[in-house]
Design a protein around this ligand. Sequence first.
Ligand code: 3EB
Length: 310
Amino acid sequence: MLGVVQYGSGESHAGLGRVLAVPVAAVRAATLGSTGDVCEAWQSPRPVHGGRDGPVHWCADGVLAFLAVNIPDNGQHLEDAARSAYCALFSEIDALGYPHLLRVWNHIAGINDASSGLERYRQFNIGRQQAFMGSGRHVAGASVPAASALGADDGSPLTLYALASRQQPMAVENPRQMSAYHYPGDYGPCPPIFSRANLVDLGSPVLFVSGTASILGHQNMHVGNCREQTRETLRNINALLEEVRIRHGVHWCTGDLRFKAYLRHAEDLPVVQEEMERAAGRPISCLFIQADVCRSELLVEIEGIALPAD
Ligand code: 3EB
């Protein structure tokens, strides 16, 4: 086992980490369509070793490292917490010899709340960008990681978990969407640093599709309409898979992905599920989570992982 992501109230999280002796990312957000806490397990076919270093709990198997980072969030400006989290992440993966940040999941309490006149997600983006620059990393282009950015229940620390690799991945952008790292200033003083997807050879090709939403160019589409937002999101994912096929010669269909979908409102579950199954043309593999999405106009964000076809 490389690591565990545990969704739920947070009450049982510390205990699970002690018992399993692997990193546990405690995401304080409820799953939908299931009761009690739900765990996502990252299993490895190889022997693993791990440790803890300040806010970073890690485990690695010679190919991938899984890292969980927790930074206290006192509700003040998030810039410092975000910078600390990413600086700790970068120095850890460099020290461990897994220098390529493949995929990051970010959970932020009160993500759409403002303090000091700035939305907390936008504060987060400032600190994240500072950490990329301060660690000598590119803030655009093929080495930018795939990511998702979501809310977390009130009182949650800043919770990140990530995968890093020895093998160099290749970021993929979406022709229907402006690269997020080029978003104009309308969305905050610093753009979000993430790619639309990251393709890596882990013996066979694996694709990490970033959190994807109802954004065309840089603009929110279908504000207030969850069904249409889901359809737009799925068109974006489809276009991204087409881009992967054209540029890299690896072909996955929407239905091949293992999804996670984040819903701002629990009552939208049937609509999102129906549209996803319609797009896939078959029953889908999806974990549904109730969480706020990083732009207040967005009702749904969908991410996925494509593994080798078997
Ligand atoms: C978007 O396309 C929607 O800030 O890391 C999706 C995935 C989004 C990752 C991030 C934000 C992030 O801009 C939001």
